[in-house]
Write a protein that binds this ligand. Structure first.
Ligand code: HEC
Length: 151
């Protein structure tokens, strides 16, 4: 009986991802989600940038926390570009995202890889390595925005 209960709980946990498509109530909701994800990316990136420029004191623990957050945050926006109603130019998203989808995806993946590299660099506590990884990570924003973000 106990076993049965546990297995039915497991089944209900395991079936949750099948409902993941309903994380967004509609296209507008998905646009908001990705914009908020980008805002969180901006905050975390900005704080590291301030440290790199000496605007705030270098703080290894804080840097690591930001880099760790960016590894997760950089995985978030992309699914929200595929939701019906959010899969066309809206917000600042340009139509090229969908007409040149393979390139957009490649840029998103490069960005996520750069976040992982930044996290690895942060763990070395070597400021030269961290700075190099951060510059590389930071370059991804403009590389994507120039082509795919309006304004
Ligand atoms: C692979 C492409 C891509 C990368 C890489 C990328 N962005 Fe964006 N970003 C976009 C797109 C597309 C939008 C427009 C989203 C929308 O309005 O639906 C956007 C929007 C934004 C916004 C505005 C969100 C809002 O509230 O409307 C901010 C801030 C932002 N990005 C910051 C960043 C920062 C900082 C980085 C780098 C650390 C970055 N992005 C990397 C594609 C990218």
């Amino acid at each position: 009986m106990k076993k049965l209960l546990i297995s039915s709980i497991l089944v209900s946990i395991v079936t949750v991802p099948a409902l993941a498509a309903s994380a967004f109530s509609d296209g507008k909701d998905a646009v908001e989600y990705r914009q908020q994800a980008f805002q969180l990316i901006r905050h975390n990136t900005g704080d590291i940038g301030d440290m790199m420029q000496g605007k705030v004191a270098f703080d290894q623990a804080r840097l690591q926390r930001r880099a760790d957050a960016l590894v997760s945050l950089t995985t978030l926006p992309w699914e929200a570009f595929e939701v019906a109603g959010a899969n066309k130019a809206s917000g600042d998203a340009k139509a090229e995202i969908w007409t040149d989808a393979a390139d957009f995806k490649a840029k998103a993946e490069k960005f996520q890889a750069a976040a992982l590299a930044l996290q690895t660099a942060a763990k070395t506590q070597d400021q030269a390595k961290i700075k190099a990884a951060f510059m590389d990570f930071r370059g991804n924003c403009k590389a994507c925005h120039d082509k795919y973000k309006a304004d």
